[in-house]
Design a protein. Structure first.
Length: 579
C-alpha cells in the first residue's frame, strides 16, 4: 500500500479534513485539493468529515486515508451516529441538521493556540467553546461568508481576513447555556457516560441523545415566549428540516439549552411544553398528534418513566378524550382495532399515507366516540401485499438514480409502476421488485461485464454532465446505453447505473455530431463566434442588442438568460472580411 513520506499523528478531537490537510502540508503540498484533483472544487466546498459511501468523493478520501495508515473512525462524525440516529424512522432525515456538512464552526482563540479543526465543532448542538467561554463562530466577521473547513485550515477567508485574529466578545453565552453545553459536550466526547435526572433516575448517553432528538421534534416551531427565558431575538425553537427560519449558532444554542433542561428538569420545563401542545390556538390538532407521536416513544421505554409521571399529572386536568386513552395500558397485540398513532408506531406507516389509504378505502376505519379506529387485520393484510413493493426512493437506491429520474422512467414506460399519481391517482409511487430488476437488466443488457474500470471509459455521472449542453437528458442517455448506441461497461460488484462507465471517445463523437447538427440548424453560439473571430464575447453581445449583428435564433434558458445563435455563413463572411 502506498503511503505518505511524512506521516502525521492525529490530534485529540481532530477532524478528518484537518488531519488530511495537515498531512498534505507536511508532505509539501499547499492544500489538500492538490492530492485529490479528481474531486475538483468539492475539496474546497465540503469538509468530508462525514463519510458517506454514496458520495462521489468517498473513494478518493478513502484512498488518502489508506495512505496515512490511520483508523479514520475517531476522526469522523460517523462515530456519533450511534448516539443520534438510533431510530431509523426519523434518523436519516436529520443528518443534514445534526451535522455541519459543508460549512463549519470555529473558535478563533483555539485556532490561534493550535491551528487544527476540532471534529465536535461540526456537531450542530455544540455552540460554545467551553475553554474560552465564547460562542463558536460560523462565518467570517468581515465579509459574512460561511466559514468552510478548507478556509479555516488555511486561517484565511476569501476576503483575506484571518480567522484566528478575531476576538468574539460582543455577545457572551449565559450561565444556563454554559451549564447545558458542559453536559452535552461531556457526554458527546466520552468524558461522562451517564447523567442524573429527577427521582434518582439516570440516563445513559445513548438514552440522553435519543430523548434529545425526540424532544427536538416535539418543541420544533413552538413559540419560545413563556417556555424559556433566553431568546436573543428568536421567536420559535428552530429544529426541523421543514422549519424555513434561518438556523444559526444562537438558534442552536437556545434549542440545545432548552432541550437539555427539558430532559434534566422536566417538572419545570416539560409541563409548560405539554400545556402549549394542548393549546389549539397555538398548535393545530394535526401538529399536536404529530408531536405527541414522538412523546409516546419517550414514555414507552423504561428510561422515560419520569416523563410519563409528569404526563399523567398533566392529564388529570385534561378533558381530551383522545389523549386520555393513551394511558390505558392494553397491549396492542390483544386489540382488534388500533388508533392512528398505534398503527403508525407499530407498522411504520406515515400519517399522510395512512390517511390516504383510509380515504380511498384500502384500509377500513370506524369512529368510536369521535376517535378514528382502524381494523388491525386490515392493516396487516395491506402490508403483506406491499411487502414486495418499493417506493421511488428505494428504487432510486437500487438502480443508482435519484427518485425524480425513477419517476421519469415510469412515465416513459421504461419502468412499470404499481401505483402512482399519474398511474392510478394514488398519492404514492409503488414498484414491484421484479419490475425494477427487469428495467435494470434492460439497461445493462448491452454493457460488457468487467471486474475493473477500463482505460478510456468515464462514469455515468460524468457522461450525464457532459451531454447536458447538447440537451440529452438522463433518461435519453440511459436509452442510448440500453440500445448499444453508446458502448459501455458495467462493474460486477456494482451492477447498476452507478457501476456503468461509457466509452469516452464515443461520447465525444456524439457531442461533436450533435454540435455539428446544431451549428447547421441554428448557427454558432456567441462564445463560439468569439473564438472564431477573436472578438470579446461581451462586444458581440452588445452588437446583437444594438441590432448591428443579426441572430438566427434566440433561446430563453431556465435561469432567465438568453442564448443567441449566429448563422454559420454570417460568421464565415465576417471571418473572410477580417482576413
Amino acid at each position: 500500500m502506498e503511503k505518505f513520506l511524512n506521516q502525521v499523528i492525529p490530534k485529540k478531537n481532530e477532524s478528518l479534513y484537518s488531519f488530511l490537510f495537515r498531512t498534505a502540508t507536511a508532505n509539501y503540498h499547499n492544500h489538500l485539493g492538490v492530492l485529490i484533483k479528481e474531486m475538483g472544487s468539492t475539496t474546497y466546498c465540503i469538509n468530508c468529515n462525514y463519510l458517506d459511501k454514496d458520495k462521489t468523493w468517498y473513494k478518493h478520501i478513502v484512498r488518502l486515508i489508506q495512505m496515512t495508515h490511520t483508523d479514520p473512525y475517531l476522526l469522523t462524525l460517523n462515530q456519533y451516529d450511534r448516539l443520534f440516529i438510533q431510530n431509523e424512522e426519523i434518523g436519516k432525515q436529520q443528518e443534514r441538521f445534526l451535522y455541519y456538512r459543508s460549512s463549519s464552526k470555529y473558535c478563533p482563540e483555539c485556532l490561534k493556540e493550535d491551528r487544527f479543526h476540532r471534529l465536535f465543532w461540526d456537531v450542530s448542538m455544540v455552540s460554545i467553546c467551553l475553554k474560552h467561554q465564547k460562542y463558536l463562530m460560523e462565518d467570517c466577521p468581515v465579509c459574512n461568508k460561511k466559514s468552510r473547513t478548507s478556509r479555516i485550515m488555511q486561517d484565511r477567508c476569501t476576503c483575506n481576513h484571518r480567522f484566528s485574529e478575531y476576538v468574539n466578545s460582543i455577545i457572551l453565552p449565559s450561565p444556563l447555556e454554559i451549564r447545558a453545553q458542559k453536559c452535552i459536550q461531556s457526554l458527546l466526547l466520552g468524558d461522562q457516560s451517564t447523567i442524573t435526572i429527577p427521582n434518582d433516575h439516570s440516563l445513559t448517553k445513548e438514552q440522553y441523545f435519543q430523548f434529545f432528538i425526540l424532544f427536538g421534534h416535539i418543541v420544533d416551531n413552538l413559540k419560545i415566549e413563556e417556555l424559556f427565558p433566553l431568546t436573543y431575538g428568536q421567536t420559535v425553537f428552530n429544529y426541523g428540516m421543514k422549519n424555513t427560519i434561518k438556523k444559526d449558532i444562537l438558534s442552536f444554542s437556545i434549542l440545545a439549552t432548552f432541550l437539555h433542561f427539558v430532559i434534566t428538569k422536566p417538572k419545570q420545563y416539560l409541563l409548560p411544553v405539554l400545556q402549549r401542545l394542548n393549546d389549539e390556538s397555538q398548535v393545530t390538532k394535526y401538529r399536536k398528534k404529530y408531536k405527541m407521536k414522538f412523546f409516546y416513544k419517550i414514555i414507552s421505554v423504561d428510561a422515560g418513566k419520569p416523563y410519563e409521571e409528569i404526563y399523567k399529572q398533566f392529564l388529570i386536568n385534561s378533558n381530551d378524550v383522545y389523549v386520555n386513552r393513551k394511558i390505558i395500558n392494553i397491549p396492542v397485540e390483544e386489540k382488534q382495532y388500533l388508533t392512528f398513532d398505534e398503527v403508525i408506531n407499530r407498522y411504520k406507516i406515515p400519517l399522510r399515507r395512512l390517511t390516504f389509504l383510509c380515504k380511498e378505502g384500502t384500509i377500513k376505519q370506524v369512529n368510536e366516540n369521535g376517535i378514528r379506529l382502524i381494523e388491525k387485520e386490515n392493516v396487516e393484510k395491506y402490508l403483506q401485499i406491499m411487502s414486495s413493493s418499493l417506493n421511488q426512493h428505494q428504487v432510486g437506491k437500487v438502480m443508482g438514480l435519484n427518485s425524480e429520474r425513477v419517476i421519469d422512467l415510469a412515465l416513459l414506460g421504461k419502468l412499470k409502476a404499481y401505483h402512482g399519481p399519474r398511474i392510478d391517482g394514488n398519492y404514492f409511487w409503488s414498484f414491484q421488485k421484479q419490475d425494477v430488476e427487469q428495467t435494470i437488466n434492460w439497461i445493462r443488457s448491452k454493457c460488457q461485464l468487467v471486474n475493473y474500470i477500463k482505460k478510456g471509459y468515464i462514469s455515468f455521472n460524468k457522461a450525464n454532465f457532459a451531454v447536458r449542453h447538447i440537451e440529452i437528458n438522463t433518461v435519453a442517455l440511459i436509452e442510448m446505453i440500453a440500445s448499444g448506441e453508446l458502448p459501455a461497461i458495467i462493474l460486477k460488484d456494482e451492477p447498476n447505473i452507478r457501476g456503468i462507465y461509457i466509452l469516452e471517445k464515443a461520447l465525444t463523437d456524439l457531442c461533436q455530431t450533435e454540435k455539428d447538427k446544431r451549428i447547421k440548424k441554428l448557427g454558432y453560439t456567441l462564445l463560439e463566434t468569439s473564438h472564431i473571430l477573436n472578438i470579446d464575447v461581451r462586444k458581440l453581445k452588445k452588437w446583437v442588442q444594438e441590432g448591428r449583428l443579426q441572430t438566427n435564433h434566440e433561446k430563453v434558458n431556465p435561469n432567465g438568460t438568453i442564448s443567441y445563435y449566429i448563422k454559420k455563413r454570417i460568421v464565415e463572411r465576417m471571418s473572410e472580411l477580417q482576413n
